[in-house]
Design a protein around this ligand. Structure first.
Ligand SMILES: Nc1nc2c(c(=O)[nH]1)N[C@H]1C(S)=C(S)[C@@H](COP(=O)(O)OP(=O)(O)OC[C@H]3O[C@@H](n4cnc5c(N)ncnc54)[C@H](O)[C@@H]3O)O[C@H]1N2
Ligand code: MOO
Length: 490
C-alpha cells in the first residue's frame, strides 16, 4: 500500500484533465450502447440518437381553422348588404367526422350549398371536375341564419336550414391545408439535438410516442466509512452502522442529485465499511459482472495508507491507474482508473476514488467528474466566467446581517503550499459590480474541506489556477455551483 505523501507525487490539474480526456475517448470508442428508446414525455433533456423524421403530415387533411361554414368562396364575390348571398346548410361536420359525400355547390333548386364546420374538422373533399369545391370557411359570426321564406326559390324538401352572407369570403379563408404544418418525412429533430418540452408538441402531433435518445452515462456510487450512516439504505452491500456511526452520509445523496443534474443516470449502490478491502473487492467484482455501469465512484478511504484501500483493490482487479493524487485543493487525494469489464460486452468502466471530505468530494465532482462526463458525451466544457476577485467575505445570505461581511479573507484553506503550486477551488458569490458594468466575486467565509455552509451561501466555485498570485482585483475564472442555468449566478 502506498504511503507517499500525495502532494509530492501529485499530477497537475491540467494534466489530470488531459488524462480524463484520453480515457473518455477510449471509453466512447468502446461504448456499444448507442441508443435507448424512451417515452416522448420522458425524452426532455436527452439527446436524440438520430434524426427524427415525421412519419405523417399534419394536418393529415384539409381542416377548418374556425367554427363557421365551408363554402365556395367564388360564389360570394359580389356579396353585400344590398346583394345578400344565401346558402343551404347541407349538414354539420365535427372534428373526427368522416368527410361528407362531396356536395354539389348548388342543390337541384339552384340554391348554393354549404356545410357548417367546426375548427379542426375535415373540409369536404375536393370536388371532381364538374363540381366546384368548397375552398373556404366563413366565420360563423359573419353570417346570419335565415328562414326558408327569405331564400328565393328554395325547395323545402331539400332542407330548411339557411344562412345569408353580406360580404365576400376570401379564397381559402380559414382553411388549413393538408401537410401545410409538417410534411411527411420532414426532419423535426437533428441527431444530437437536446429534446425540449417545446419539441414534444410537434412530435406528438404527428403521432410519435417514443424517441431514440443517446443512452445516459450510468454511474454507480458507494459511500465508504464506518462512521457514515443513513436510514434509507438496505440491500446486500449496504450496511447500516447505527452502533459506531455518527456522520450522516452527505456524499452519496449529493452525488445522486448532482449526477442527475448534470445529465447522468446515478445509482446509489450502498455503504461500504472503510476497514474492509474485501467488501469493496466483492462489491466491485459483482458490479463489474453486471455491465450496468459506465462509471463507478467511491467516496472516502482515498488517502493512501491508513484505511485508504480503494486504490489497492482497484489495482488488484487489474485496473489501469491514470492518476492518484492531483495538485488541487481540496480534492488532492482523487484517484482515477479504468477497469476492464468482464461482462459480455467487454466494455471499459471508469473508476473515480474520491476523498470522503464532502467539500473535497464536491470539488472533485465539479472539476474532474463533470469534465469527464462532458468529454465522454463529446460536449464542450463549461464556459468559465472571468470575474474580478474582491478579497472580502461575501455576506452569509443576502438577507442576513453578517459581522464578517467585508472582512478580508485568505485564499488558502490552510496546511498546503497555497495557490502557487496547487490549483485551488474556493466557494464564492458572483454578483454585479456596484456600477453594474461587470461581475465581481467574493469568497464565502469559513471554507474548509469539511465545511458545508458555503454550499448554501455560494453560487460558484472560484478556480485559482496554480502559479497565479491571489490579489485584490485579480481576474479569476468561476464555474457555477449548479447545472441549473437559471440559478447559476443567483
Ligand atoms: N497521511 C495523509 N493523510 C491525509 C492526506 C494525505 O495525503 N496523507 N490527505 C488529506 C486530504 S487532502 C483529504 S481530503 C482527506 C481525504 O481522506 P479520505 O478520502 O481518506 O476520507 P475519509 O477519511 O474516508 O473521510 C474524511 C472525512 O470525511 C468524512 N466523510 C467521509 N465520507 C463521508 C460521507 N459520505 N458523508 C459525509 N462525510 C463523510 C469522514 O467522516 C471524515 O471526517 O485525507 C487527508 N489526510
Ligand atoms: O485536498 Mo483534501 O481533498 O485537503 O481536502
Amino acid at each position: 500500500m502506498h504511503t507517499t505523501h500525495l502532494t509530492t507525487m501529485a499530477m497537475q490539474y491540467q494534466a489530470a484533465l488531459q488524462e480524463l480526456q484520453k480515457a473518455a475517448y477510449d471509453m466512447s470508442q468502446r461504448r456499444t450502447r448507442t441508443e435507448e428508446l424512451v417515452r416522448l414525455e420522458d425524452s426532455v433533456g436527452r439527446k436524440a440518437a438520430k434524426d427524427i423524421l415525421s412519419p405523417d403530415s399534419t394536418p393529415a387533411f384539409d381542416t377548418a381553422a374556425a367554427d363557421g361554414f365551408a363554402m365556395v368562396s367564388s360564389a360570394t364575390i359580389n356579396a353585400s348588404p344590398t346583394n345578400p348571398i344565401y346558402f343551404r346548410v347541407a349538414g354539420t361536420i365535427m372534428p373526427g367526422d368522416k368527410p361528407p359525400p362531396t356536395p354539389p355547390c348548388r342543390g337541384p333548386d339552384g340554391v348554393l350549398q354549404c356545410y357548417e364546420i367546426m375548427v379542426g374538422a375535415r373540409f369536404p373533399d375536393t370536388a371532381t371536375e364538374h363540381l366546384i369545391h368548397m375552398d373556404a370557411c366563413a366565420w360563423g359570426t359573419d353570417v346570419r341564419e335565415v328562414s326558408l321564406a327569405e331564400v328565393p326559390k328554395a325547395d323545402p324538401q331539400l332542407g330548411n336550414r339557411f344562412i345569408m352572407l353580406t360580404k365576400p369570403v376570401t379564397h381559402n379563408a380559414n382553411r388549413r391545408r393538408a401537410g401545410a404544418d409538417i410534411g411527411k418525412g420532414d426532419r423535426l429533430i437533428r441527431a444530437g439535438m437536446k429534446i425540449r418540452s417545446s419539441h414534444v408538441l410537434p412530435l406528438a402531433s404527428v403521432g410519435i410516442r417514443e424517441v431514440a435518445v443517446e443512452p445516459l452515462i450510468r454511474v454507480g456510487v458507494w459511500s465508504t466509512g464506518r462512521e457514515i450512516v443513513r436510514s434509507d439504505v438496505n440491500g446486500t452491500i449496504a450496511t447500516k452502522r447505527t452502533d459506531t456511526g455518527y456522520t450522516y452520509d452527505a456524499d452519496g445523496p449529493y452525488l445522486m442529485a448532482a449526477l442527475k443534474e448534470y445529465g447522468a443516470e446515478p445509482h446509489f449502490l450502498g455503504l461500504l465499511p472503510s476497514d474492509d478491502p474485501a467488501a469493496l473487492e466483492k462489491a466491485l467484482r459483482e458490479t463489474m459482472a453486471t455491465d450496468k455501469f459506465d462509471i463507478l465512484v467511491t467516496t472516502g478511504s482515498a488517502t493512501p495508507g491508513r484505511s485508504g484501500f480503494v486504490r489497492s483493490v482497484v489495482e488488484k482487479l487489474g485496473g489501469q491507474l491514470h492518476f492518484h493524487g492531483v495538485a488541487m485543493r481540496p480534492g488532492a487525494t482523487a484517484m482515477f482508473a479504468s477497469l476492464e469489464s468482464n461482462a459480455p460486452n467487454n466494455g471499459l468502466v471508469s473508476f473515480f476514488g474520491l476523498p470522503g471530505d464532502p467539500c473535497a468530494m464536491a470539488a472533485c465532482f465539479r472539476f474532474l467528474i463533470v469534465p469527464y462526463l462532458q468529454f465522454v458525451r463529446g460536449e464542450k466544457l463549461d464556459e468559465l466566467l472571468l470575474t474580478t476577485l474582491e478579497l472580502r467575505c461575501s455576506t452569509r445570505l443576502e438577507s442576513e446581517p453578517n459581522m464578517d461581511a467585508g472582512a478580508p479573507v485568505e485564499a488558502s484553506m490552510g496546511n498546503d503550499c497555497g495557490p502557487l503550486c496547487l490549483d485551488c477551488f474556493r466557494h464564492g458569490r458572483v454578483t454585479a459590480s456596484e456600477d453594474g458594468r461587470h461581475k465581481v466575486v467574493r469568497m464565502t467565509k469559513d471554507q474548509g474541506p469539511g465545511k458545508m455552509y458555503p454550499f448554501i451561501d455560494a453560487n460558484c466555485w472560484i478556480h485559482l489556477p496554480h502559479g497565479q498570485e491571489i490579489v485584490q482585483g485579480a481576474m479569476v475564472p468561476c464555474l457555477s455551483l449548479s447545472a441549473c442555468r437559471e440559478e447559476k449566478w443567483q
